[in-house]
Design a protein around this ligand. Structure first.
Ligand SMILES: *[C@@H]1O[C@H](CO)[C@@H](O)[C@H](O)[C@H]1NC(C)=O
Ligand SMILES: *[C@@H]1O[C@H](CO)[C@@H](O)[C@H](O)[C@H]1NC(C)=O
Ligand SMILES: *[C@@H]1O[C@H](CO)[C@@H](O)[C@H](O)[C@H]1NC(C)=O
Ligand SMILES: *[C@@H]1O[C@H](CO)[C@@H](O)[C@H](O)[C@H]1NC(C)=O
Ligand SMILES: *[C@@H]1O[C@H](CO)[C@@H](O)[C@H](O)[C@H]1NC(C)=O
Ligand SMILES: *[C@@H]1O[C@H](CO)[C@@H](O)[C@H](O)[C@H]1NC(C)=O
Ligand SMILES: [Zn+2]
Length: 939
């Protein structure tokens, strides 16, 4: 899946409000994983399955039966439209669905109970057959009555024999969800309402979203990823609608004046969580591909307006790229993508029927920003990669979900670069990915990439695995391995892995085995499993410390909280260069202090390790070498690779955060920015200073800090012509960040420009908006922040009347930028009304407001007051958002109290840990930082 856009949007907004930037590329990765993450919790689950759910000893199905094929019929009874006519009684909408299924399975070990997964379904008429003899087997009881049980138990009069083949048929019924889980209804408006209250333009569609464990809410099934089977599906649906499934349609016909059926060819052998169907009135356009019929579906109006064209343009190209890169053709002859008005996560890779939030698939020329276009490419590349990593080869169990998500992220770097080479996004995406991973993995509460199977049992355990560790650390360690064994060798291993394990399940040992094979074939010497297990089975990552005076090097577990004792260590591939020598690679072994000539500076030259940031670790140096590196960057930055200019800043700030170096070193590392014109170093500084903003924007440090940043950014800002948008993407990113930093630090020429652009829009009599799409986010936010009720209402009206998702998102974000408390407070209330703020946007909207210093306290009160309603699908995200500024004992006490009384969870535990770190950090650093900024700005 692709994770929660809401968070990402939240992040973006947050950044804008603060000093920092939201940014583009950056945010994209965040989006990808958060999207998937948050999407995972979204569903209001009235109750989680209790651990005492049923007779099996744990939450797993017994292994005595293996499914082989299903035949499933599903019949959602809803209407896609309800037209009111004079003198005609119109029907009521209905959320009922019914169905029946037969599962054929093989018995591995004799048993007289069949266990399947089934939740909230009413099940009837079980029939069990012996397929070998064609005899019926008597059913003595069906047990699905326990509350919240995730199991359905069918007890038999006689035992099933090991080696035998059987089938189980059932009828079932359930309810279509209004909250975006399992099988759910999504709504939109088609055309223009004739008058107020006219509901004739309302449209409804049904879609599914089953990862990780919601297939069991759609039909009783063996709902575990290694219980793969084929599915023959028939959907009964209204005559004026179209049904899509995983596989190609085989047959469709009219049943009566209301209904028709559509049947599909058997799916490939696949996991239940990849099952999907939709019923809608959508239209489609096709993509170029010589073998696969690729269709992109969206609302008829969106298709007619050409908004799905960009997605259609790149999808065929990306699919071809993967086919040739993996040397395995896509496994089906059709691939549908559909842009849904409602979906959480951002996207889901269902085999042959990928679902997307419509905002991330639709692109409107002249309205959507460049960032939006990049995001579309990124998400499509991520989901298509899953058609191999996840769909064709699936992890054995959810503890190895990184094999899905890490690979999808990693492969998307290359696919996007291939399909949009002029975007030059690869470096940006990789850096962004690295930083997302570092952020979570620097806490003692992080988890291993691949925890033991037994640790991941309940749905809530599984959902928590969809985080930046699985997505981003997963991709980062793959990149490190590829760089170390050579990308060509790595790619060969991957090809063998995919080809040998297709239609099967794998764990990470399989992956190491295949890469080892490729290494051996290439006469390499890397012990892949030995090296990689240190990265996947342990939490965290190291900081490599180099003393260039004597060439000494050692590693230590990097943690923000230095009081956490840890003796973990890793096999660390270190790529190193100096100003007189080209890069070379060497491998540090766990646990030892070593002396290496490569790290020795004999003539006062600087040494740089982790060249191009291909390694998943941080680097610290002796003070003399730091000094030389920073001096080099101030004098002639180009001697240091641009990724490393960003990373030196990032390492300095994070080492300071962990109290390994002085905070003044971190601040010194931003001096060179005054003459820096590249995006990555700026992005790095801005992102790191965001922590300073969060900690200090309620204190006296903030004034001098803004003065300093104005001074630093002035050169960059004035080097650009803000009335024009540059043509190449990388300069566009730089322009955006320049405006964000300049405006949020109140550079007068920037504020003037933003206010003027917005006023022109407000005062123009046409609906035309002349603000360039790239700049809208920042201009809207700044103008709303500086303005009052009038600007806010104008933006709100535009938000409500716009039908373009990306425009709506930018406005929704900007509305949170006002400094007027009453406006923020009213805006918060709006989030409780799904007609004003869609359910999928609730968390991100609240987090946008929390990111505004003026709104943060309001939000903390608001979410506590409405916790009952909000926590069900947004708990972790809201906690993360609202506690980001917490740095006082009082806030910590409140948070602890809240966690005890309302919400004990990983999210609150992490927030508590982070708040403790913040408190300590502020008390130790505030005075020094204040002095540094005062000194620096007095010059
Ligand atoms: C599914 O359909 C295929 C071909 O249409 C057929 O051969 C197969 O037996 C069907 N499987 C089930 C479980 O009905
Ligand atoms: C609706 O029904 C009423 C009463 O039967 C009738 O008088 C009226 O003309 C009808 N209106 C229309 C538009 O058919
Ligand atoms: C719609 O529901 C209402 C209230 O439940 C009921 O009175 C009415 O008869 C229903 N209409 C139809 C057409 O079923
Ligand atoms: C499944 O349901 C459909 C529609 O109600 C029905 O036509 C069909 O006979 C049912 N199949 C079985 C095996 O009961
Ligand atoms: C899609 O591709 C066509 C043909 O290359 C091109 O003319 C069109 O501008 C592209 N559309 C978008 C939205 O990128
Ligand atoms: C680096 O090594 C030199 C020589 O052994 C030593 O004097 C110095 O203290 C070391 N520096 C650090 C930061 O450990
Ligand atoms: Zn994914």
């Amino acid at each position: 899946m692709s994770k929660n856009s809401s968070v990402s949007k939240a992040f973006a907004a947050a950044f804008v409000v603060l000093t920092v930037s939201a940014i583009t590329g950056l945010v994209i990765m965040i989006i990808v994983y958060n999207t998937e993450i948050s999407s995972m919790n979204p569903t209001p689950r009235p109750t989680f399955p209790s651990t005492t759910a049923g007779p099996p000893p744990d939450m797993r199905l017994p292994k005595n039966l293996r499914p082989q094929s299903y035949k499933v019929l599903l019949w959602p009874r809803f209407y896609t439209k309800i037209i009111e006519e004079v003198n005609v009684t119109s029907p009521n909408q209905t959320l009922l669905f019914t169905g029946n299924s037969t599962v054929n399975f093989h018995c591995v070990q004799s048993t007289s109970s069949i266990y399947l997964n089934s939740m909230w379904l009413i099940v009837a008429n079980p029939v069990v057959m012996n397929k070998d003899t064609n005899e019926k087997i008597g059913v003595s009881a069906v047990n699905d009555q326990q509350d919240n049980s995730i199991f359905l138990e069918v007890q038999l009069n006689s035992a099933l024999e090991a080696g035998g083949n059987y089938s189980l048929s059932l009828d079932f019924s359930g309810e279509i969800s209004e909250f975006l889980y399992a099988i759910y209804v999504s709504t939109y408006v088609e055309g223009v309402p004739a008058h107020e209250g006219d509901t004739n333009t309302e449209r409804f569609l049904v879609a599914t979203n089953l990862e990780p464990t919601d297939a069991s809410r759609l039909f009783p099934c063996f709902d575990e990823p290694d219980m793969k089977a084929t599915f023959n599906v028939t959907i009964i649906h209204r005559r004026d609608t179209k049904a899509l499934g995983n596989a190609e349609q085989s047959d469709s016909n009219i049943i009566d004046k209301e209904w028709k059926y559509t049947s599909f060819h058997p799916t490939p052998i696949m996991s239940t969580y990849l099952f999907a169907f939709t019923v809608s009135e959508f239209n489609s356009i096709s993509s170029q591909h010589d073998r696969v019929n690729i269709q992109t579906y969206a609302r008829p109006e969106a298709i007619a307006a050409g908004h799905a064209q960009y997605a259609a343009n790149i999808t065929g190209e990306i699919l071809k790229f993967y086919e040739s890169h993996f040397e395995i053709i896509y496994a089906q002859t059709k691939l549908d993508q559909i842009a849904l008005p409602d979906l959480e996560p951002t996207a889901m890779e269902n085999w042959g029927l990928i679902t997307y939030q419509e905002g991330v698939l639709l692109y409107e020329k002249g309205v959507s920003s460049l960032l939006h276009k990049e995001f579309i490419a990124m998400i499509i590349a991520h989901e298509l990669a899953h058609q191999w990593f996840g769909n064709l080869v699936t992890m054995k169990w959810w503890n190895d979900i990184w094999l899905n998500e890490g690979f999808a992220n990693y492969m998307s770097f290359f696919a996007v670069d291939h399909v949009e080479p002029t975007f030059k996004l690869k470096d940006m995406h990789m850096m962004n990915n690295l930083h997302n991973a570092f952020e979570q993995d620097s806490l003692a509460s992080s988890h291993p990439l691949s925890p033991p199977q037994g640790d991941i049992q309940t749905t809530s355990d599984i959902i928590q695995m969809f985080d930046s560790i699985s997505y981003c650390k997963g991709a980062a360690v793959l990149r490190m391995l590829a760089d170390y064994v050579d990308k060509r060798v790595f790619d060969n291993g991957i090809k063998m892995y995919l080809s040998d394990l297709r239609y099967k399940n794998s764990d990470q040992n399989d992956l190491w085995e295949y890469i080892q094979k490729a290494v051996d074939e290439d006469a390499g010497h890397t012990e892949v499993a030995e090296m990689m297990n240190t990265w996947t089975k342990q939490i965290g990552y190291p900081v490599v410390t180099i003393n260039t005076t004597n060439g000494e090097v050692y590693q230590k577990h990097f943690l923000f909280n230095d009081s956490s004792e840890s003796s973990l260590s890793w096999f660390v591939p270190v790529r190193v260069m100096s100003n007189i020598s080209a890069p070379t690679v060497l491998l540090l072994k766990p646990g030892k202090i070593e002396n290496k000539d490569e790290f020795l500076s004999t003539n006062g030259e600087w040494i740089l390790a982790n060249v191009n940031c291909s390694g998943y670790y941080r680097v610290n140096y002796n003070p003399e070498n730091w000094e030389r590196l920073l001096t080099q960057m101030e004098k002639n930055p180009h001697r240091i690779p641009v990724m490393n200019r960003g990373q030196l800043v990032d390492d300095a700030f994070n080492l300071a955060r962990a109290k390994i170096v002085e905070v003044t070193l971190a601040l010194n590392s931003t001096r060179f920015l005054r003459n820096e014109r590249e995006f990555l170093p700026w992005e790095s500084a801005v992102r790191n200073l965001e922590y300073f903003v969060l900690m200090f924007d309620r204190s006296e440090v903030y004034g001098p800090m803004q003065v300093y940043l104005r001074k630093q950014v002035e050169g960059l800002y004035n080097s650009q012509n803000q009335s024009e948008v540059p043509t190449d993407h990388s300069s566009q990113h730089t322009q955006i960040i320049a405006i964000q930093v300049a405006c949020s630090n109140r550079l007068p020429e920037c504020l003037e420009m933003a206010t003027e652009m917005f006023a022109n829009w407000m005062n123009s009599n046409t609906t035309e908006n002349n603000i360039h799409p790239n700049l809208r986010s920042v201009i809207y936010c700044q103008a709303v922040a500086v303005g009052g009720k009038e600007e806010w209402e104008f933006a709100w009206n535009k938000f409500q009347s716009s039908s373009d998702t990306s425009e709506k998102d930018q406005l929704r974000e900007a509305l949170a930028c006002t400094k007027k408390i009453w406006l923020l407070s009213r805006y918060l209330e709006y989030t409780l009304n799904p007609e004003m703020i869609r359910l999928m946007d609730v968390a991100s909207t609240i987090n946008h407001i929390a990111n505004n210093v003026a709104g943060q306290a309001l939000v903390w009160n608001f979410i506590r007051a409405h916790w009952e309603y909000l926590h069900m699908w947004h708990g972790p995200e809201l906690i993360r958002g609202v506690t980001r500024r917490f740095c006082t004992q009082f806030e910590l006490d409140e948070l602890v109290k809240f966690s005890i009384e309302y919400y004990q969870s990983t999210a609150t535990r992490r927030a508590i840990e982070q708040t403790r770190v913040n408190i300590q950090w502020v008390s130790q650093n505030k005075d020094i930082i204040l002095q540094w900024f005062e000194r620096e700005t007095a010059l």
